[in-house]
Design a protein around this ligand. Sequence first.
Ligand code: HEM
Length: 403
Amino acid sequence: MGQVTELLAEHAVADPYSHFADLREAASLHRDERLGAWLVLRYDDVRAAFRDSRLSADRVSPYFERRRMQGVAESERATCEVLTRWIVFTDPPRHTRLRKLVDYAFRPRAVERMRGWIASLADELVQELGDEDEFDFMERFANPLPVRVIGDLFGVPHENRIDLTRWSEDILTLVFGAMHSADRHQRAERSLMEFSEFLRGVIAERRVRPGEDLISDLVAAEERGDVLEEEEIVATCVLLLFAGHETTRNLLANGLKAILEHGGARETLLADPSAMPGAVEEILRFDGPTKAMWRQVVEPVEYGGQWMESGERVLLVQASANRDPRRFEAPETFDISRRANRHVGFGYSIHYCLGAAIARLEGALGLGAFLDRFPGVSLATDRFEWDSLILSRSLKRLPVRLG
Ligand code: HEM
């Protein structure tokens, strides 16, 4: 067995990459005693684990079971019902059925029609920034852009956008494991109920008057006579808000930080905007929004000589796999022209991110619009504070200076 680690230690949150590099060289598997979980760290093992059916994606049922045993179930009923319907927490054959139906709303034609909206939303935000000398990129650009994109995707009117942000942030505290927020269950529960109620109204309306939006597509999705039930559409929309907001926000913020910290990247992108898609892939590899994904062992399984037993929890550590020198040449170098960049930032295999194409568009168009408007932007600090989260690589703020 490898060394003992602690994922939420201050130094590991500030610089997970050095922390993981030391561990990864010693062994692929390690134990985090505080979390009571295994960590899988090497690229080949992380990929294999993503497609291993002995590792279940359903990590919420055991969690709610434990909470039920502690006698707190009643207050969490709505959360449990929605989360257990999330496609990302299901295994085949349930996953196969849901994915086929939901895929319909993410077919290339549907994604391509978003290009125009995303570009104009990014421009709109850049215009709102005016010519302020210094501001928080996270608050003013990275956070609002994905919510506005999802708002448009859902066809939600502007006056409800403020609620979308709050709902998403409340759900985040629950799912991404903020350890220090005592009222997180109640807040998440309340927001889930409000958002679900709101969605039921929108779904009813779209059944009568379908539009060119994702909720209309989910209502229309059909596969050999099978359709999504109302509560499945509700749960899917909640997941899309959650999955599409925080992650993309962090792609934009971590991305701008990486570009400005690495001499030459900004200049290359300003001179040749076609380099942007490659830069987005490198951001996902080098400092991507998700550090790790949970799995639950359902059959004893061995990786790197270490057995994991049924009932144990496992973290597939993408932030480590993406810097594994066994797979990537000079993994510590941020290189926007890197070739064959097969990072696992969007996961791998059957749960591969459904929104990857949208996230890539948002990353490229958002960062492109921002750099185009503010080519002289610089970081206003060299001290960064990161949220103390297990799964998410998330800056608290990103102060930037113009001119
Ligand atoms: C840069 C931004 C994003 C990153 C880094 C990201 C990352 C991921 C990862 C790692 C997974 C796999 C989860 C697992 O294996 O347990 C995933 C799944 C998923 N993502 Fe994303 N995501 C991003 C943006 C989005 C967006 C914009 C949407 C939707 C609008 C979205 C929707 C989903 C959905 C629905 C799944 C579940 C797919 C399934 O279980 O079959 N994501 N994402």
